[in-house]
Ligand binder design. Structure first.
Ligand code: NAD
Length: 474
């Protein structure tokens, strides 16, 4: 068994009361790591460390160039330790190690480099006034950030919060999901090695409700809460944060609609649609889990899509050929299997696999109001539904409480722009999926979240913009 502690004030340590919990490897279906279990008292210690580092330490007072150099050093260390980080996420939640090493770790390094450079190169607005005054804006660090993360892309999504918060001079308490404690701890160790001052990046392990997570959301010493996870948890966190009026950013669930028109490049549409739902075993907030295909090509698309789904390799996440590993935990696997017990439609392929796996599952003929069409399954399960017109496709896509993202496949340029504008979603990908520019806004509407992250959008959240007004002597 490997051991992981909290990292508070630059030191790895156990919990005040010595409590620990296991992280279970979902492929082996047995514990692989033993982890410090945080309580409200440990959360208080972590916030106190971050508070001290912010109020008294050098981090918020450094220039962007000096801070940026340390974050670049951290990015280098992330790459140098890619194998260990990738294995940590893979063992914690069953992600194919090839995906973790090939995609998640490089993107983590990119997040640190991008936000370090973005902060260093950022400009602020000035407002010349007619009254003999001059006003300008400053972006000052917000303070102590509590970052609460999910288990589906542990390291990568944590860095998406940690990197901009650090680049803008804040200090952090990061609480990784209880299913995925390992990579956050390794990241905090690397931050110490990179030379970040102690207390700047603290990692706290534990559960959410009535535990370490909730304690972070009610602590008045916390200035920002950035959360990624389920919509229900987002509501609980928002309610808790309201007591102190702590600003909250929420990246929540999704039920991505994927529209394939008859004029699409069908081979490309099949390829992207497979990626959109089966990447990470469908445990992706952005998953294209509702696939709508124009009648004229429905049968042909479905036949090709089912064949491609059946060709995916399900198995041991440590095997580099594996494309779909087990689901992240037994609890989550049971939840996904629950949907398959009563799928409300016809299952063309898929179903339960060995251990805690679910084979790529394709369902047709499910009514629009069935749970499988409306709720976030968060597994390798997709519904296919035909449509007859552009208006119907948009109506079906928008008929969801979620609005994180949508995909459109068409070779008709005007239609691509028209439909992208009509879709109620934070991101629309046209003839592609998951392609990201880190300057672009990322977030959702409706039950998919509050606020946006990325580029200047992250700056708005992780800083206190200040107006300075100067009188100019005539
Ligand atoms: P979750 O909401 O169960 O847990 C997320 C985190 O919140 C964990 O660290 C957990 O310990 C903590 N938590 C739970 N209750 C809490 C409380 N009351 N107070 C404070 N902290 C609490 O989510 P999950 O199952 O880990 O992740 C899957 C969900 O995340 C899916 O709904 C998925 O769509 C969503 N997600 C969204 C995005 C996005 O960018 N929009 C990205 C990835 C995942």
């Amino acid at each position: 068994m490997v051991s992981f502690g909290h990292v508070i004030d630059g030191e790895e340590r156990g919990s005040r009361h010595g409590a620990r919990f296991d992280s279970v490897d979902p492929w082996a279906r047995e514990p692989w790591a033993d982890v410090a279990l945080g309580t409200a008292e440990d959360a208080s210690d972590a916030v106190a460390a971050a508070r001290r580092a912010f109020d008294e330490g050098p981090w918020p007072r450094m220039g962007h160039a000096e801070r940026g150099a340390l974050l670049h050093r951290l990015a280098d260390l992330v790459e140098e330790n890619s194998d260990e980080l990738a294995r940590a996420d893979s063992r914690d939640m069953g992600k194919p190690v090839a995906d973790a090493a090939g995609k998640d770790v490089p993107r983590t390094a990119q997040n640190f480099r991008f936000f370090a450079d973005h902060a260093r190169l950022a400009t602020a607005e000035a407002y010349p006034m007619d009254t003999g005054h001059h006003a300008y804006a400053r972006f000052e660090p917000a303070g102590v950030v509590a970052a609460i993360a999910p288990w589906n892309f542990p390291l990568m999504l944590e860095s998406w919060k940690v990197a901009p918060a650090l680049a803008w001079g804040n200090t952090i308490v990061l609480k990784p999901a209880e299913d995925t404690p390992a990579s956050a701890t390794i990241l905090a160790r690397l931050a110490v090695e990179a030379g970040l001052p102690s207390g700047v990046l603290n990692v706290l392990h534990g559960y959410g409700p009535d535990s370490a997570g909730e304690a972070l959301t009610t602590d008045p010493r916390v200035d920002r809460i950035t959360f990624t996870g389920e919509s229900g948890t987002g509501r609980a966190i928002t309610a808790a944060a309201a007591r102190n009026l702590t600003p909250v950013s929420l990246e929540l669930g999704g039920k991505g609609a994927n529209l394939v028109f008859a004029d699409a490049d069908l081979a490309a549409a099949v390829d992207w649609s497979i990626k959109a739902i089966f990447t990470n075993a469908g445990q992706v907030c952005l998953a294209g889990s509702r696939l709508y295909v124009e009648h004229a090509v429905f049968d042909e698309f479905t036949a090709r899509f089912v064949a491609a789904a059946e060709a995916l390799v399900v198995g041991d996440p440590a095997d580099p050929r594996t494309q779909i590993g087990p689901l992240a935990s037994e609890t989550h696997w049971k939840k996904v299997c629950g949907y398959l017990e009563d799928p409300a439609g016809k299952v063309l392929t898929g179903g339960r696999g060995d251990g805690w796996t679910v084979r790529p599952t394709v369902i047709v003929d499910a009514p629009a109001d069935a749970p499988i069409q409306r709720e976030e399954v968060f597994g390798p399960v997709v519904t296919l539904t035909p449509f007859d017109s552009e208006a119907e496709a948009v109506r079906l896509a928008n008929d969801s409480p979620y609005g994180l993202n949508a995909m459109v496949f068409t070779e008709n340029l005007s239609r691509a722009h028209r439909v992208a504008a009509a879709l109620r979603a934070g991101t629309v990908w046209t003839n592609c999926f998951f392609v990201r520019d880190l300057r672009a806004p990322f977030g959702g509407v409706g039950d998919s979240g509050w606020g946006r992250e990325g580029g200047n959008f992250s700056r708005e959240f992780f800083t206190e913009p200040k107006a300075v007004v100067m009188a100019i002597q005539p």
